[in-house]
Design a protein around this ligand. Structure first.
Ligand code: PEP
Ligand code: MG
Length: 883
């Protein structure tokens, strides 16, 4: 097996296509090298070696050692140095690099190869003793932490202690001799704490580091990250071993990260940050707040610290050329890491840059406009679920802004919540149903769960590329980073902001688009869905075959859905219209009536309410198709619960509390989801379905007059299992429809169809289609009844199922194609065999899930229907499914 791939001097054994083997970082280092860009020479150990390491019980596979040492020989030749050479030592960086980027999740060791001898060579060679000893102590610190497992805080303490003793304030104040004293204490501490000396042999250092990087694949935060991002454990990580270049080599050296376009807004302008005299990890760790690379960026951020463009114009110019080259090569926005060592530029990484949804759309649209990519490719590039971010509220520009601080606009959107200072508190508060803003000095990978729970994230330190910023953008959460004027006092658990003293529970609002931090809950606006978003959605609409409808019954939802581009209503759950104030008591009267006459009297009162609801919906939908489903839930759901409520309701409708309690008992079901609901209600009490049908047709006649556009009416019967059930209910619908139309002297076209949400209905779809004029797949109930898993109780154990690998995804979220999906397929085929071209749709939750939408396309459904906020997601997913 080939375990090792070498790159350097304009040649590489691998390329960007090999990311499964070399990891993203290694593959792109090889690619950049082959493009002739300045990349320090190095080697990549494959992900297969990582897997072999684990298969072998954490031991290096046969041949790996020899391959690495041979490759290192070549790397040394290219660098003009030797590994372990006392005069010209080859120093190395050892970094992880998985196929998918996992920022900050795994381990890195820099300056490897330094020891008591090579540090002297380094001092001689550089003519800078201070630099050499500083590098050595950094290495000891990092190595002891990452490889030997000694917490880095031990070293911070020693350093603080020495600084205090010597009367220094900054690290840079320490002289070479003073660093040597620090190092002596470091080494002593390692021996004391671990009973083992810091290794002087570079080979031992190297294998320790490689083992540590492999092992970090299985550390807790990497495992969590993989779970959150669906990254398979079997991918393993590669290890990149590369000749060191030094960004901390005095003031002509620097290190930085950049994006070829703005990752937050998508603006087509180089965007990045750097630190003079620093090593790479300092930028990403967010410990010092970095400077802008471009002059324009500096001016925009109002910083008085000089840009790279001004400080190092030559290196800057070369860097700009390289960024343009890389973007044109990869045809996508790149995220880059570089180091400048004594004026010479080195590229350390390039990868497709993570971006906000807003930036992703702008970039895709502008790249398509400029002819770099096709429109189809632009549509394909947007992750449908990410559109959710764009539907985030923003602060109402008309609102007053009680600003108490400001930082960088790290991830867009605004969020309001109570202050919490730790991730644990965030999780607990959210569990208790509260909304929180996670406020931290800076975040680290340990904060992922807190960031997930919070509405938004605020940090005091760190730049646009700090951990908080990168992770928040990935999650689509608003984030303000580097709000340096704020002070967190962890001891007293307060946030000091411009004279204000806030504590846990106090409400703040952060604006991730401007960087402002505001006191209290500030009014917000819903987002504008035009511009680039509108254009991309147009391209998507031109591509897709299926139409997208919404599940809506309130005017507000219907309007929102229309503004998001819904092309009709696929499910109007009429029971939701009865839960509103004022109606529920009439509904109760109807349910509690002890005769048909009593029931009809109550229904007569409900009729005008239903009619006016439908008129409003029809007007909003203006001629688009609307599927109205007859009453579905078990009747007892409408009845009061608990003695107090029962007494109150009994009083208000004028019956004895005991009689009411007895009636509630009578309606009680052990398993209401499988009980007296759906079409079963219409069969027991046809007058309910008749009232609803009358309301629908009277409303349709009325709305046709006001809008001039007749609605496309579809009446849907729920929970049908038997053809005869549908026949029975359909006869009532048709009879009432005929009556109403005769009374009005007007014809209204309509269809009567059924939900397919029981396995029996799916199996018998061929026969049911003789009566049903359309099918709508109710995949919520179909999943429940196919699996025999209660949709209301499933969450308690499905989580365990996922953890134990019994199922990969929640079948109530993404359709189970093999089981439930097969029933959908069979029903579609058999339904259409009976009734060619019959209209088919889906209205279960799956109608808004991109993976399920892909399945719907493959089955040939005509439309998907989903909740209003998912409509844009569904439009895009349907387009991607169609190409
Ligand atoms: C379904 O079962 O998929 C459905 C849409 O109906 P409901 O969720 O109202 O049961
Ligand atoms: Mg259902």
């Amino acid at each position: 097996t080939k375990w090792v791939y070498v790159f350097g001097d304009g040649r590489a054994e691998g390329s960007a296509r090999d990311s499964h083997l070399l990891g993203g970082k290694g593959a792109n280092l090889a690619e950049m090298c082959a493009l002739g860009l300045p990349v320090p020479p190095g080697l990549t150990i494959t992900t297969e070696a990582c897997n072999a390491y684990y298969d072998g019980g954490k031991s290096f596979p046969e041949g790996l050692e020899a391959d690495v040492m041979a490759a290192l020989q070549k790397v040394g030749e290219m660098a003009g140095r030797g590994f372990g050479d006392p005069d010209r030592p080859l120093l190395l960086s050892v970094r992880s690099g998985a196929r998918a980027s996992m920022p900050g999740m795994m381990d890195t060791v820099l300056n490897l190869g330094l020891n008591d001898d090579s540090v002297l060579a380094m001092a001689r060679e550089s003519g800078d003793e201070r630099f050499a000893w500083d590098s050595y102590r950094r290495f000891i610190q990092m190595y002891a932490d990452v490889v030997m497992g000694l917490d880095h805080e031990v070293f911070e303490e020693i350093l603080e202690d020495e600084k205090a003793r010597l009367g220094h304030e900054l690290d840079t104040d320490l002289s070479a001799a003073e660093w040597q004293e620090v190092i002596a204490r470091y080494k002593q501490t390692i021996s004391d704490e671990l009973g083992q000396a810091f290794p002087q042999d570079p080979r031992e250092q190297l294998w320790g580091a490689i083992g540590a990087v492999f092992s970090s694949w299985m550390n807790a935060r990497a495992i969590t990250y993989r779970q959150l991002h669906d990254i398979p454990t079997s991918w393993g990580t590669a290890v990149n071993v590369q000749a060191m270049v030094f960004g901390n080599f005095g003031n002509t050296s620097a290190t930085g990260v950049a994006f070829t376009r703005n990752p937050s807004t998508g603006e087509n302008r180089l965007y990045g940050e750097f630190l003079i005299n620093a090593q790479g990890e300092d930028v990403v760790a967010g410990i010092r707040t970095p400077q802008s690379i471009t002059e324009a960026g500096r001016i925009e951020s109002g910083s008085d610290r000089p840009s790279l463009e001004k400080t190092m114009p030559e290196a800057y110019a070369e860097f700009v050329r390289i960024t343009e080259r890389l973007e044109a090569h990869y045809l996508d926005m790149q995220d880059l890491e570089f180091t400048i060592e004594r004026g010479k530029l080195w590229m350390l990484q390039t990868r497709t840059g993570k971006r906000t949804a807003k930036a992703a759309i702008r970039i895709a649209v502008e790249m398509a406009d400029s002819g770099m990519i096709s429109r189809e490719e632009a549509v394909r590039r947007i992750e449908p679920a990410s559109l959710d971010q764009l539907l985030h509220p923003t602060i109402d520009p008309a609102a007053e802004r009680p600003v108490i601080g400001s930082g960088l606009p790290a991830s867009p959107g605004a969020a309001t919540g109570e202050i919490v200072f730790t991730s644990e508190e965030a999780v607990d508060a959210v569990r208790a149903g509260r909304k929180v803003i996670l406020v931290r000095v800076e975040t680290s990978p340990e904060d992922i769960h807190g960031m997930h729970a919070a509405e938004g994230i605020l940090t005091v330190r760190g730049g646009m590329t700090s951990h908080a910023a990168v992770v928040a953008r990935g999650m689509g959460k608003p984030c303000v980073s580097g709000a340096g004027a704020l002070r967190i006092d962890m001891r007293n658990r307060t946030l000091l902001a411009m004279g204000a003293k806030l504590g846990p529970g106090d409400v703040i609002t952060i604006d991730g688009s401007s960087g402002q931090v505001l006191r209290g809950a500030v009014p917000m606006l819903q987002p504008e869905l035009s511009g680039d978003f509108g254009r991309l959605m147009e391209w998507a609409d031109a591509t897709r075959r299926m139409t997208v409808r919404t599940n809506a019954e309130t005017p507000a939802d219907a309007r929102a859905a229309r503004s998001f581009g819904a092309e009709g209503i696929g499910l109007c759950r009429t029971e939701h219209m009865f839960f509103e104030d004022g109606r529920i008591s009439t509904m109760r009267e109807m349910i509690l009536a002890d005769s048909e006459a009593g029931r009809r009297a109550a229904l007569d009162k409900l009729l005008p309410m239903q009619r006016s609801d439908f008129i409003e919906l029809f007007e909003i939908m203006h001629g688009l198709p609307i599927t109205i489903r007859l009453l579905d839930p078990p009747l007892h759901e409408f009845l009061p619960k608990g003695a107090e409520e029962i007494a109150e309701v009994a009083r208000s409708i004028g019956v004895e509390a005991e009689a009411l309690a007895a009636r509630i008992d009578e309606l009680h079901e052990f398993n209401p989801m499988l009980g007296h609901r759906g079409c079963r209600l219409a069969i027991s009490w046809p007058e309910i379905a008749e009232m609803q049908t009358r309301a629908i047709f009277e409303a349709a006649i009325e709305a046709a007059k006001t809008t001039g556009a007749p609605v496309e009416l579809e009446i849907m019967v729920p929970l049908v299992g038997l053809r005869t059930e549908l026949d029975f209910v359909k006869a009532r619908i048709d009879a009432v429809a005929r009556d109403v139309m005769a009374e009005a002297g007007q014809e209204i076209a309509y269809l009567v169809g059924t939900m397919i949400e029981l396995p029996r209905a799916a199996i018998q779809a061929g026969s049911i289609a003789e009566a049903a004029e359309f099918f709508s797949f109710g995949t919520n109930d179909l999943t429940q009844t196919t699996f025999g898993i209660s949709r209301d109780d499933a969450q308690s154990f499905l989580q365990t199922y996922r953890q134990k690998g019994i199922i990969e995804t929640d079948p109530f979220v993404t359709i189970d194609t093999e089981g439930v999906g097969q029933l959908v397929r069979i029903a579609s085929e058999n339904g259409r065999a009976t009734r060619p071209g019959m209209k088919l749709g889906i209205c279960g939750e799956h109608g808004g899930d991109p993976a399920s939408i892909r399945f719907c396309e493959s089955v040939g459904l005509d439309y998907v229907s989903c909740s209003p906020f998912r409509v844009p997601i569904a439009r895009l997913a349907a387009a991607q499914a169609a190409v």
